[in-house]
Design a protein around this ligand. Structure first.
Ligand code: ARG
Length: 704
């Protein structure tokens, strides 16, 4: 029921409840190792999203925002598929996407006994290495001599270990994507919110070799014949209907303590939001000036903006729903329950001590990844430095040199793809200035003081700007063209005199954390892991007999519940669905979030909705009370017959605290109605070739 991301292998335990809510199939229909089951139609998409197989020719549906990078990186101002949309009318027109892959889960297995047996007598400090060693043996035993891949992942904070075996496919092609005015309709304004009218879908295809086996890209590859593909229902949905989401949720932290909640709301989240604000504003100004820059930056921009708003919402809702108080009560209750166990009774106070030691450094540590390293030239300078050193050390090893040169080339190309001088320079000085103001002075690295001494201009901000001018003028490691020239004939001396290199190795060395805080961070992580493990073990014992689910960890899960409306606040009820009427009502010509393509407006004017219509209009989005998180994006939403009714793409504002605490009253999954998806492909895209591949189930007569 609503809360819970369940392991498909163990779904039998939930079956009675699922049946009561309207599920009509058997547990074996969902997950089986002996016959084709729905799990065989679900893929991990690129490692960051979910996709579902919807045809006998390996067609995949996922979200627009999951295919965004594929579309953006294949767009140019002249052939702009991101802005204009794209539908292949034949296999030949489909676009191979370099680096994109999908993984099918072959099976999962509990390997806890194997891991635990290997840990007997192993000292605490050696356990991590032992676990890695045994996991490696377990995975190589099952994959050697096959095309399979495997991972061992822990659940319940290392109280249980599962083996996951996957088949990976590396030839994935873009088949169709709506214009971003449809696929990202509502932009960041509507992101994480309901009501919503976003056509957040895209279409890809898996290719395989002549034997239907996984293979690197080749012109000769053929559409993959899957074990299972999902039928699609355009029969319609209503409040209270059974709904199920099947996919790869990335990460939840449902067992986070009150101390962790406090750290997030008071320190970490506000710091992340502030630093992302700086980046987003600087980038947006540049993106608005040229289509070329916009295409270059928009995929990264969308990712940064997505979690910028996420952290704003998470903070707001953790506070509104008083999650810290709620957790405190649970912890007091736990300590009472644990009175007879000398270990458990002290757990909560041990958490308190660990967080107290870490907290003074939390802002500074957040600044490293979200601030200092946001300037990508710094990462590069460090990396280039070690590559050049290794080239000098092995100057007679021609094969090695050519490999490193190749890597350097890739690095410079990737960097150039997202480099914008003005934007990068602006954020560099702004971020250093806020670092200077927000991080306790006692923690400032010496190099900061040296910069201010050498480049002083009356204020910290003016001085950092002055320093930025110096870096951009003198360094060979910031401007991509200068970088190429420098790398064509590098010398150690020039490298060591380069001001950007000096900055990178002094201020943001690879072992920054160790250099600047000693063992504060690693001590905290080690202690938190130890406590989490004990806390979960105790909680599982305390809740014996109650079904409980593990936190998301990018492994396959099922969430079931119902299509469900909700009340965001007193006096208001949000309906389960939105329509194209609501979409057109929000239309703002020329706006970068609420524009719509002419083709949509024309079809709308004629009310050309065909068999996808309901009640005289076209459904666009709907909500259900399923439990999802990032990584689930693109997951199929299935009805009680296992038919596809929508593609999940978001969560709602009132429950943004959901990754830390699930709220039954407020938490909803936002999906795009499959009828809107099909309408875009068919009516706007004119891609009958795609529609004809699908197994569409309807109770209406087709429109002639
Ligand atoms: N919030 C969505 C998610 O994380 C992503 C939506 C992408 N759209 C956007 N406007 N950034 O699942």
């Amino acid at each position: 029921a609503d809360e819970g991301m369940w392991l498909p292998m163990l779904i039998g335990k939930n079956y009675e409840q699922m049946k009561k809510q309207g599920f009509k199939l058997t547990p074996e229909d969902l997950y089986s190792v002996n016959k084709a089951s729905i799990k065989d139609a679900i893929v991990s998409f690129g490692g960051f999203c979910t996709g579902e197989i919807v045809s006998k020719n390996g067609l995949i549906f996922t979200n627009h925002h999951c295919g965004y990078d594929a579309a953006a990186s294949n767009s140019t101002p002249e052939n702009n598929i991101l802005d204009n949309g794209f539908y292949a009318k034949s296999f030949q027109e489909e676009k191979p996407i370099k680096g994109l892959f999908v993984r099918f889960l072959v099976r999962m297995e509990d390997v806890t006994p194997k891991i635990m047996a290997a840990l007997v007598g192993v000292e605490e400090k050696d356990k991590a290495a032992k676990i890695a060693e045994v996991s490696k043996k377990i995975t190589s035993d099952v994959t050697s001599g096959t095309t399979m891949e495997a991972d061992v992942r822990d659940i319940y904070k290392a109280n249980q270990y599962l083996l996951f075996i996957y088949e990976r496919f590396n030839d994935i092609r873009l088949v169709g994507i709506p214009s971003q005015s449809i696929g990202k309709f509502g932009g960041d304004t509507d992101n994480w919110e309901w009501p919503r009218q976003t056509g957040d879908f895209s279409v890809f295809r898996v290719y395989a070799d002549a034997n239907n086996k996984s293979a690197a890209y080749s012109e000769n590859n053929k559409p993959y014949t899957p074990k299972k593909s999902l039928p699609i229902s355009i029969k319609g949905i209503k409040n209270g209907d059974f709904s199920m989401v099947y996919g790869f949720p990335g990460r939840t932290d449902r067992y986070l303590t009150s101390f962790g909640v406090n750290l997030a709301t008071e320190k970490t989240n506000p710091t992340i939001v502030k630093l992302r604000d700086i980046r987003l504003k600087a980038w947006k100004e540049e993106m608005d000036k040229s289509v070329d820059t916009r295409l270059k930056l928009s995929s990264q921009y969308a990712n940064i903006a997505n979690y910028w708003k996420y952290f704003i919402g998470q903070t707001e809702q953790l506070k509104r729903l008083k999650i810290q108080d709620e957790k405190q009560k649970q912890e007091a209750d736990f300590t009472k329950w644990a009175a007879s166990s000398s270990v458990n009774v002290n757990l909560i106070s041990a958490y308190k001590n660990a967080y107290a030691a870490y907290e003074p450094y939390a802002v500074h540590i957040t600044y490293i990844n979200e601030g200092l390293l946001a300037s990508s030239f710094i990462r590069n300078a460090n990396q280039i430095g070690s590559m050049i050193k290794s080239m000098i050390a092995r100057k007679d090893d021609a094969a090695y040199l050519s490999q490193v040169n190749q890597n350097l080339n890739v690095l410079v190309n990737n960097y150039q793809n997202t480099y914008s001088e003005i934007a990068d320079k602006k954020i560099f000085a702004q971020i250093l200035t806020s670092f200077y103001q927000d991080v306790p002075k006692s923690q400032h690295p010496k190099f900061i003081t040296l910069i201010l001494e050498d480049f002083w201009k009356g204020s910290a901000e003016a001085s950092f700007k002055n320093y930025a001018d110096h870096l951009w003028e003198k360094s060979n490691l910031i401007d991509p063209e200068k970088m190429r020239t420098f790398l064509s004939n590098p010398s150690m001396e020039a490298l060591e005199n380069d001001p950007a290199y000096k900055y990178a190795v002094n201020l943001v060395p690879q072992d920054y954390v160790k250099n600047n805080f000693g063992t504060v961070l690693s001590d905290f992580q080690t202690e938190k892991n130890r406590l989490d493990n004990l806390y979960l073990k105790a909680l599982l014992e305390k809740n014996k007999g109650i079904l409980s689910y593990p936190d998301a960890n990018s492994t396959m899960r099922i969430s079931y519940g119902t299509i469900q409306n909700y009340s965001p606040k007193d006096g208001i009820t949000y309906d389960i669905k939105t329509t194209i009427d609501g979409m057109v009502a929000k239309y703002q010509p020329g706006d970068d979030e609420f524009d719509l393509p002419k083709s949509l407006l024309e079809a709308y004017a004629k009310r050309d909705f065909r068999e996808y219509a309901e009640g005289g209009t076209l459904p666009v989005g709907f909500i259900s009370n399923n439990d999802i998180t990032g990584g689930n994006s693109g997951s199929p939403v299935l009805n009680g017959n296992g038919e596809l009714i929508g593609i999940a793409f978001d969560g709602n504002w009132e429950a943004m605290s959901g990754d830390i605490a699930f709220d039954k009253q407020y938490k909803r999954t936002i999906s795009v109605d499959i009828r809107f998806v099909l309408w875009c492909i068919d009516v706007l895209g004119g891609a009958r070739n795609i529609i004809d591949e699908l197994d569409i189930r309807t109770n209406k007569l087709p429109v002639p």
